[in-house]
Design a protein around this ligand. Structure first.
Ligand code: ADP
Ligand code: MG
Length: 421
């Protein structure tokens, strides 16, 4: 399908009310409309959804969107319905629907009303759904959060590995669109291989976050005092402090409170009501600091988080990037401060010891990268971007002086061996 530039812009305006495409969106949309297998790698918040939603709305047939989280699917369907007059334009197909609802969804698809059908991988595997989808016109298949395919990703889902097979059963020559915010070359290779889209047009946005300042400090027994001092110096600003264990989260939140900081804990051991009230307090700025395990953050979109502190170093560079990425979404200041002690790495290694050998090996390799990052004396930004397969020049690149190693180079005798990258 060949579409003029003007038509793409008027469609963007008509369906979403936006006057400009963000980053690579326009090229991605063009690639999908041309019927290519397409692979999109953009950081969180980059605007991946629109990349497949717009071509789906513009084309005949139904685009099938595979997404791992029911809550995310619901949000997206509501948003699409909001921009269209036709409620049937987007549907979810999952186990929560009753017979009448399923019938309605299928009718809308058959009648060509539904442009976007969101499914969880588990629902797509069901024979009755495959048999139905075989009989309708599918414009393309979009696999959102495609890193779930890879064991090297941070959210591996075995069901995702079956998708290629299922797509083949639904129809031959269906264009496949993979989308992810995971930038590591290993995960990308896995995705392309597993989806069988080696010829896919690939679009990769830069992962550089020039407004984030990266700093790693040695972790001593005074780490709590260090954190209190930092938070006090940033009084009134919003921040997140990540800890590995729930116990530490509770303790540190209390220590901060005792020291006059408006802080609350957040972890999966708290009941749902407390969790959502603590989250709301953070969003509404009734409190300044959330002390949390990694349970906090998915889908939290507070634009003015001014600092992210890691009381414990994360288990991969990927996690570190995702977690620090919650700072400075608005483009303003974002200080990322991690405390590092090698014995924490040993602790993380120990946690994995009960796991299958293959998983341990992957976990170990990911941790070694974290060690290299924490101990390096080169630009941290350069290190992170290199890890994501991106070259970065600290002299010319945006944000080139925004880390401790560049601002305060270690003296020769202090510096550990440079990691060669
Ligand atoms: P991702 O899936 O890459 O994390 P989303 O698709 O959720 O990102 O989009 C992030 C935000 O960007 C959303 O609020 C969306 O409305 C907004 N957005 C996407 N495209 C545009 C655009 N062209 N102009 C303005 N805002 C956009
Ligand atoms: Mg997304």
């Amino acid at each position: 399908m060949l579409i003029a530039k003007d038509d793409l812009h008027s469609a963007l305006k008509k369906y979403f009310g936006f006057s400009k495409f963000k980053g690579l969106q326009e090229d991605v949309v063009g690639s999908i409309l041309s019927g290519n297998h397409t692979f999109v790698i953009m950081p969180t918040g980059g605007g991946k959804s629109l990349c497949y939603q717009l071509p789906a709305l513009m084309q005949e047939g139904t685009a099938i969107v595979v997404s791992p989280l029911i809550a995310l699917m619901k949000n997206q369907v509501d948003a699409i319905r909001g921009v269209s007059n036709e409620e049937g334009v987007a549907h979810v197909l999952n186990s929560s629907l009753n017979k009448t609802e399923v019938k309605r969804v299928k009718e809308d698809i058959t009648n060509g009303i539904t442009k976007l059908l969101y499914v969880a991988p588990e629902s797509l595997t069901k024979d009755e759904n495959v048999d139905f989808l075989k009989t309708v016109k599918v414009s393309f298949m979009a696999i959102d959060e495609a890193h779930c395919i890879s064991e090297w990703g941070h959210d591996f889902r075995p069901e995702y590995r079956n998708l290629r097979h299922i797509i083949g059963r639904i129809g031959e020559n269906i264009p496949i669109i993979g989308l992810t915010a995971t930038a590591t070359p290993k995960v990308q290779e896995d995705i392309i291989k597993n989806l069988g889209i080696s010829g896919a047009k690939t679009f990769k946005a830069s992962f550089n976050r020039p407004n984030l300042y990266y700093e790693v400090r040695p972790k001593t027994k005074d780490v709590d005092a260090d954190i209190i001092r930092f938070v006090k110096q940033n009084e009134g600003k919003s921040g997140i402090v990540y800890c590995l264990s729930r116990k530490r989260v509770e303790e540190l939140a209390q220590v901060l409170q005792v020291n006059g900081v408006k802080a609350v804990p957040y972890h999966a051991g708290l009941d749902a009501k407390t969790r959502s009230s603590h989250q709301d307090m953070f969003l509404m700025e009734d409190i300044d600091v959330v002390v949390a395990t990694i349970a906090f953050g998915m889908g939290i979109d507070k634009p003015d988080v001014r600092f992210v502190i890691h009381h414990d170093i994360p288990k991969s560079i990927e996690s570190y990037y995702q977690e620090t990425g919650r700072a400075g979404r608005d483009g303003g200041e974002g200080h990322c401060l991690a405390f590092y002690a090698y014995k924490d790495i040993e602790k993380l290694e120990k946690f994995m010891s009960g796991k299958p050998v293959a998983e341990q090996e992957i976990g170990h390799a990911l941790l070694q990268e974290v060690v290299a990052f924490a101990e390096t004396s080169i630009s941290r930004r350069k290190f992170i971007l290199h890890y994501f397969g991106e070259e970065f020049d600290t002299k010319t690149g945006e944000g080139g002086d925004m880390d401790d190693n560049v601002r305060h180079p270690k003296k020769k005798h202090e510096a550990k061996d440079d990691v060669v990258i």
